[in-house]
Write a protein that binds this ligand. Structure first.
Ligand SMILES: [Fe+2]
Ligand SMILES: [Fe+2]
Length: 137
């Protein structure tokens, strides 16, 4: 997987995927801002819950596309999704337990992983769908 930067990341996939990736990153930015502003634990937890829920729904949408079109790389792609969700859930548990001291570093790692995922596995999925002539909504 290669890491992409800037707007590149948001020009991959169907329009729906692009919009969802933008929302995903906007929510992560909101989370980072709340942490930098020293917002209280319950507010951080609420935002993290939204990030996790949204990320889950986005991943489900991609996984449905993969199933519908019998995408052969689906197992690898799904494992990457599971890893991101696990990282987010671990962070949320640590925030709830009050044991996290480097949340911004953890989020940066997750953000880089997401960019790499979009530039790698999401791009491959997008190319596969394009090659099959799947209509891009
Ligand atoms: Fe994605
Ligand atoms: Fe994906």
């Amino acid at each position: 997987m290669t890491e992409r930067s800037g707007e590149d990341t948001f020009q991959i996939g169907t329009e729906a995927m692009q919009a969802e990736h933008r929302s995903q990153f906007a929510m992560v930015d909101t989370l980072c801002n709340a942490l930098r502003q020293g917002r209280d634990q319950s507010e951080i937890d609420d935002i993290l819950e939204q990030v996790i829920d949204y990320t889950h729904v986005h991943f489900m949408a991609e996984q449905l596309l993969m199933r519908l079109h019998e995408y052969p790389e689906s197992p690898v792609h799904c494992r990457e999704h599971a890893k991101v969700l696990e990282q987010l859930q671990t962070l949320r548990r640590d925030v709830q337990a009050g044991t996290v001291t480097n949340a911004l570093d953890v989020i940066e790692t997750i953000r880089k992983g997401l960019r790499a995922h979009i530039g790698g596995s999401d791009l491959a999925l997008s190319n596969f769908l394009g090659d099959r002539g799947v209509p891009i909504p």
